[in-house]
Design a protein around this ligand. Structure first.
Ligand code: ACO
Length: 379
């Protein structure tokens, strides 16, 4: 088969066959393993959903209990990883710290026994368990504090909030954070998942796969947009400034952060749920100063750009939820990475089942048979 049409960004070109998640971008539908995201957000937890994504079906009570127990058991970091983190500059971006730490896990566990189900299970458990600890540890270390140990009596979300803030987590806050993780856990073949799959296809170790995906998620056109949304709302500053700001973006042809999506042409269903979660938090803990600006911006963008299918994506309201939970702005993308590790691991496993190394082609636009000009004759 030859396929010669070049599509920038591979738009519309299937890169794989997958049974992990499904998106209908015109009707705003997202399903994990066939289950609607709204149902999962209502009834499931992040770890149950991670199990569903990675192992292909909902766990029984015993299976879930065992999975949760294994993850609790593996939450601590090796002291050598903590020592390595002490050498990181405090001013560095936490996504860079996370990428380095995820890759460093491979130094300890990179046996690459990819045909051994025990190795696969251990890698899944270790990565899901340790990535939140790494994110929280970097946060405390850059403030000059020692990282605190995970607490076995707390669930996944509650323990992360505890390790990050050094305070007893509020039950509603922990519950809402858990749903946020669930909503960000998987989203078909986005840039970071594709990056994970390409890396996986070389049969390297899973720690390298996740490090590769973390690096890809970091950019402002992908996971980094949640952080950019808050900077943008801060820059807008008031509801009155929404129209002038939008006008200036349109004149400069600048993108409005947290809007638009390659697949969704309506409001992202996750943005709708995240907005509801933000409102629940505002009810209990007080409204965010940026919320009215966000609402006015959503309305103004829909009026001006709705005809192009530009509506809020997952990153638009997530930042407002994270701010209320006390998460610093530059940790929003690492928090996204904690969640998306589940999806990346599911795709890693699926890739291994029917692996063929990714090796696309190109349309060459350079010259041919060019002469080699000696250096003294070059101008
Ligand atoms: N603001 C204004 N206009 C936009 C936006 C936006 N956020 N997004 C798309 N458009 C417009 C483009 O200007 C373009 O218009 P044109 O056809 O008149 O030239 C049209 O919509 C198509 O845009 P593309 O950039 O070609 O869309 P693409 O599918 O390549 O990009 C992307 C999708 C990267 C998400 C884009 O919408 C964007 O940059 N959004 C802002 C960043 C963002 O929020 N990223 C997070 C995405 S969700 C995630 O990754 C987790």
């Amino acid at each position: 088969m030859t396929f010669c049409e070049y599509r920038p960004g591979l738009e519309g070109i299937p890169a794989t066959q997958s049974s992990i998640s499904f998106v209908d971008g015109h009707n705003g539908i997202l399903e994990y393993r066939g289950i609607n995201i709204e149902d999962l957000a209502k009834h499931s937890t992040f770890l149950e959903t991670a199990y569903l994504l990675i192992w292909g079906g909902l766990p029984t009570q015993d299976e879930l209990a065992e999975f949760e127990h294994e993850i609790r058991f593996h939450r601590r970091l090796k002291y050598r990883i903590r020592d390595m983190m002490k050498c990181f500059p405090e001013s560095g971006h936490p996504m860079d710290a996370l990428q380095a730490c995820a890759a460093a896990l491979g130094l300890f566990y990179s046996r690459r026994a990819l045909d051994n189900p025990v190795y696969i299970r251990d890698a899944v458990v270790r990565l899901l368990a340790k990535i939140p600890t790494m994110v929280a540890a970097f946060q405390l270390m850059r403030k000059g504090n020692d990282p605190i140990q995970p607490r076995d009596d707390l669930d996944y979300a509650g323990n992360f909030l505890y390790m990050l803030t050094e305070r007893e987590p509020d039950p509603l806050a922990a519950h809402i954070f858990d749903i946020c993780l669930l909503l960000h856990a998987e989203h078909t073949i986005n840039a970071s998942t594709f990056s994970a799959m390409v890396t996986a296809s070389t049969l390297t170790d899973p720690y390298g796969v996740i490090a590769s995906a973390v690096g890809t998620l970091a950019g402002p056109l992908h996971g980094g947009a949640n952080e950019e949304v808050i900077w943008m709302l801060e820059e807008i500053g008031s509801v009155d400034n929404v129209e002038p700001y939008l006008e200036s973006c349109m004149q400069r042809k600048a993108k409005i952060m947290g809007f638009g999506h390659r697949v969704y042409k309506v409001k992202d269903p996750r943005a709708t749920i995240l907005q509801q979660l933000a409102e629940q938090l505002f009810e209990k803990f007080g409204q965010d100063e940026y919320y009215d600006i966000a609402l006015a911006l959503e309305k103004a963008v829909a009026e001006r750009l709705g005809h192009k299918g530009i509506y809020p994506n997952v990153d638009f309201y997530s930042g407002l939820v994270y701010r209320k939970l006390g998460i610093p702005t530059d940790l929003f993308t690492p928090v996204f990475a904690i969640a998306r590790t589940a999806g990346w691991l599911a795709h890693w496993k699926e890739q291994l089942n029917e692996n063929r190394i990714f090796r696309p082609t190109q349309i060459y636009t350079g010259s041919r048979n060019a002469p080699y000009v000696p250096i003294e004759k070059r101008h």
